[in-house]
Design a protein around this ligand. Structure first.
Ligand code: DP6
Length: 334
């Protein structure tokens, strides 16, 4: 028997909702160092493997929910009112519908992403996390962070991690209702940790993560080794973090990302998110390492690179990648 999202959510929210008049919440974007790739339950968005990320501090999404003054639900994105049947508006309203029981109170939802568009980062993680936090405040649900993380996960898997700042682990969980598949912040700060958002190509990706991971799970024989590797990488990354062993961390994160991409490439039809510019930038990272500069790369379901390095190498990295602007280097603990 498959449990629905609605049934899971109903068990956690009050019968009688007491909506406020306005709620506004922020959630950071995040970059996975050990990637989530593959679902064991598509309805509840439960992952095949656990993952670990670093949140991007002030870069993320701010979402405001207020009573609608027009008598209709309204959704705006970055200041622009969207058509009710647009993809983004439908996703937002369908998600809110899961929480508002039979209240007939139209709402106005506005989301602003401050992630530099030049960085080419997806915003679904911070977007669903900020929306979940705002729903909790607006309807007075009083949910714990664990529950909020599990609910954000139902919107988008990686959103479970965007409920928190810093290094965050998303447990894969075992329960049938998925409520133990939520994220947890690791108690650990690394002030010198830097992430460079290197945009090398533009354009909408043709296959989104959701469809991409489904295709990989169904068609890539190589995927069989992924869950075990991800579990090992996660353990190594946690050890590297607690020992502040940057090279072990970078090496494991880079190999984890490239292994995930190997499973994508081995899918049918093949799934290659890289552009020629991505490969050129990867080679440049490897050349820098050959010169003794500890910089590592990670990549998600798109052509752009995220560089991992420490503050003492910020100038070297900036010199090597003139395309990397001031605002593209994130200090997550500042
Ligand atoms: C490659 O969280 O966007 O960025 O759960 O289907 O919404 P859905 O997928 P999403 O996938 C993120 C995949 C990734 C790796 C990661 O962030 O862990």
């Amino acid at each position: 028997m498959n449990i629905t999202k609605q049934a899971v959510i109903n068990a956690y929210i009050p019968e009688q909702l007491e909506p406020g008049t306005v709620a506004e919440c922020f959630a950071p974007s995040n970059i996975a160092l050990c990637k989530y790739w593959g679902k064991r339950d598509v309805e509840l968005n439960l992952p095949i493997n656990a993952s670990l990320s670093i949140s991007l501090g002030e870069l993320g999404s701010r979402t405001k929910i207020a009573e609608s003054t027009t008598g209709e639900d309204q959704v705006s994105l970055n200041g622009e009112l969207l058509a009710p049947d647009s993809r983004f508006a439908r996703k937002v309203i369908n998600f809110i519908d899961l929480f508002r029981r039979d209240l007939r109170q139209p709402v106005s939802v506005s989301t602003v992403n401050n992630i530099p568009t030049a960085a080419g980062l997806a915003s679904s993680a911070s977007g669903f996390a900020a929306l979940t936090l705002a729903i909790n405040d607006f309807y007075g649900l009083g949910l714990t962070s664990e529950v909020l993380s599990a609910f954000a996960r139902m919107g988008s898997g990686s959103a479970s991690r965007s409920i928190y700042q810093g290094f965050v682990e998303w447990h894969k969980g075992n329960r049938e209702d998925g409520m133990d598949s939520c994220a947890e912040q690791l108690e650990l700060e690394w002030p010198g940790f830097r992430i460079g958002l290197l945009k090398v190509a533009t354009g909408e990706k043709k296959v989104d993560s959701r469809a991409g991971m489904q295709r990989t799970v169904e068609s890539a024989p190589l995927y069989q080794s992924w869950p075990q590797q991800a579990a090992q990488d996660l353990a190594t990354i946690k050890r590297a973090l607690s020992d502040r062993d940057f090279e072990l961390l970078g090496q494991t994160a880079e190999q984890n990302a490239l292994s995930m991409h190997a499973t994508m490439i081995a899918s049918w039809p093949p799934l290659l998110y890289w552009q020629p510019e991505s490969v050129a930038a990867m080679q440049q990272v490897w050349e820098l390492r050959a010169l003794g500069i500890p910089v590592y790369l990670t990549m998600d379901a798109g052509p752009n690179l995220k560089l991992l390095f420490l503050n003492e190498h910020e100038t070297d990295v900036r010199d090597a990648f003139p395309g990397l602007m001031e605002f593209d280097i994130v200090s997550p603990f500042d």
